[in-house]
Design a protein around this ligand. Sequence first.
Ligand code: C5P
Length: 402
Amino acid sequence: MRRTLLIIGGGIAAYKVLELIRRGRERGLAFRAILTRAGAEFVTPLAVASLAEEKVYSELFSLTDEAEMGHIRLSREADLVVVAPATADLLAKMANGHADDLASTALLATDKPVLVAPAMNPMMWNHAATRRNVAQLKADGIAFVGPDAGDMACGETGAGRMAEPAAILEAILEAIRGRLQPASRPLAGRRAVVTSGPTHEPLDPVRYIANRSSGRQGHAIAAALAAAGADVTLVTGPVSIADPEGVRVHRVESARDMLAAVEACLPVDIAVCAAAVADWRPAETARGKLKKDQAAPATLTLVENPDILRTLGHHDALRPRLVVGFAAETDDLIENATAKLARKACDWVLANDVGGSSGVFGGERNTVHLVRADATPEAWPEMSKAEVAERLADRLAEALDR
Ligand code: C5P
């Protein structure tokens, strides 16, 4: 059942919320109400409690209420907060973040969507101060229903009449349908590490060997895993794109630093290696800048870097349950990806054909095949890197739940 926290402000329109509660309950909504002191001048707690079949709250410093429920829980346990009637004073408090009574405190403490049904005299509704407050609340993401125009209880005519209960109810149901779908978090409770970007392998304090990886695909994967509920650490080489939301970011330069940072994240359920790690690094890193007039090294001696994906795939004690790598191939895509799977002991490889297509490097789109050790390869259609990431997150969640 969907729970609405209904905050009843002090206006003559408060009598209409009794009808709202009644009709809402017929449509399967549950109401818990906060009655402001001014609201209690227009409707009685008994009338509200009888229709809602729930206790009505009104005091911020009520010892019994705080012990039983607490104002924070009151606002968090609802799916939606509705303010009706929303007086000019309540809107002003909301717009300015006041918390001096139970209603305003619950509104400030909530992490749920808020819908307001304003009701006031037309002069008050059109006053510059109210206009400012309404604009601020809209910018803050507060939804409005009404007010309607027409004859007011005060005898004046104009905009300010509270929307009818049927309209408020529709707005509540709309908000619930559109915005309150429970977010799908199939990776909640899982830990993941993702590598992304290039590595920089230093020659001296100012020069390095690098590649053109943008980090877009790896960052998108970290974001998608986090959006699916995983606890994600992104270990990234130097990139110029923004950090993805909701992930811990660990910045590194070289392959060796990247490996150390990844190993420090273990144990994890999922490891996705999307970084374009340099296969080689200069055997020596000069301590000072190599000068032009010094004898330049005739040949650059390179040594092999650790393979992070392979290290994870072969990890004895702390192998992640699912180890996923990437393979950029120009030909024999599936065959090469399958060989890579075996060589690096990983579970899945996302293989992209970089032969004909342009724009994979640094671009927004990607065409990949999912090659798995225990299943036939899947060809995914061309899609954005974010979509590739989302689909991968779905597949990972399915596989971990199996
Ligand atoms: O062998 P290749 O470089 O084609 O393999 C690509 C895959 O291996 C990618 O997933 C990449 O992140 C990972 N890799 C790695 N450490 C390396 C080289 C590649 O993790 N040193």
